[in-house]
Design a protein around this ligand. Sequence first.
Ligand code: 8DG
Ligand code: MN
Ligand code: MN
Length: 389
Amino acid sequence: PKPNIDPNAMLMKSYACQRRTPLKHHNSFLTDALEILAQNAEYNDNEGRSVAFRRAASVLKALPHRVKSMEDLRSLPCLGDHSQRVIKEILEDGSSREVESTRQSEQYQAIKALTGIFGVGVRTADRWFREGLRSPDDLIHTGQQLNRAQQAGVQYYDDLQKPVTKAEADVISDIVEKAVHAVLPGAEIQLMGGFRRGKEVGHDVDFLITHPEEGKEEGLMPKITNWLEEQGLLLYQKTTRNSYLEKMDGPARAPNNMDRFERCFSIFKLQASAESCTSNSTASVQDVSTGSETERHSDQHSEASDWRAVRVDLVVSPYSQFAFATLGWTGSKLFERELRRWAGQEKHMSLSSHALYDSKQNLYLRAKTEEEIFAYLGLEFIPPSERNA
Ligand code: 8DG
Ligand code: MN
Ligand code: MN
């Protein structure tokens, strides 16, 4: 007689970085719901609760089939009582009351709308919400004090709401490559974030830049942004200098996903190509029906314009940290978080986008590739397209 083996328990590992999570999966009807609760917990400054819902959703993304009954969830990790209750209700009734009332709630909708503005985080959005503001339009009408990033966020709001396509990301890749090579021949440029994981659309385009000769990359960002600015390709940029020092940022520093690379948060002015021009005009026909929307953002460039605004993140890494930076900027955010948790809790190591520190041996582990980092961590290598946790 066969022993009673539970296939779920055998196959589903409990850290997301131990599993393969493809982009397309079978349980969006459940994961979308759990992620609304995760988002809402984040808006309410409850990080623990938020991560719990995200981990639960992520387990369902890794399942090779659609969940049909609670039996299918037997012995899966990371599914707490609350998540199970929500799933049960959706399986039985088609929707969860808690999820639907969250989705409809004034606070959830307002914080979602306000944090949708570039430059606005949850804290600011929450303060504005408590002052009675509900939407980007309210900001303009009440004459809120906005910083430079937020001003750009409001100015280009409509464009930045539209997803960036892979085709647009490829056009921007060419531009970034041209800019970087004009100011530093031999530099290497890599597409990061969601597009590296195989997404077809994103909220921005992320790039990592380095040079094989260590030191050549120092002070590179201002040269790149100057070149782009001279070509009239930048609508907004804010560059932050590299502030990483191994001695100070190593094991002693509190774990945090913000890294210290030289970086630039920017908004590109992307000229429409002949093709995307056609699809643009289709989009603007639809936009006309929401006439007031167009009116309210009158400082927005006209619908008929031949360009659009696109968010672009540029990061410069020294060559010796490139593998860590690549791993750190590929995402997904939950995958990154789980990697760091695995390193700390299971391996007594501390992982950042700069380095891997081994607390048992008291030393930094050097790596040239992502594969080596997974190996140090005792993890099977997961390719970018399966890091969609
Ligand atoms: P999307 O743009 O398509 O919506 O998705 P994404 O590409 O996965 O998200 P993202 O917000 O652009 O972030 C891309 C990756 O970069 C993600 O894994 C998280 C990581 N990342 C930041 N900020 C920082 C940071 O300050 N330090 C480090 N190490 N990583 C960061 O977004
Ligand atoms: Mn991105
Ligand atoms: Mn980004």
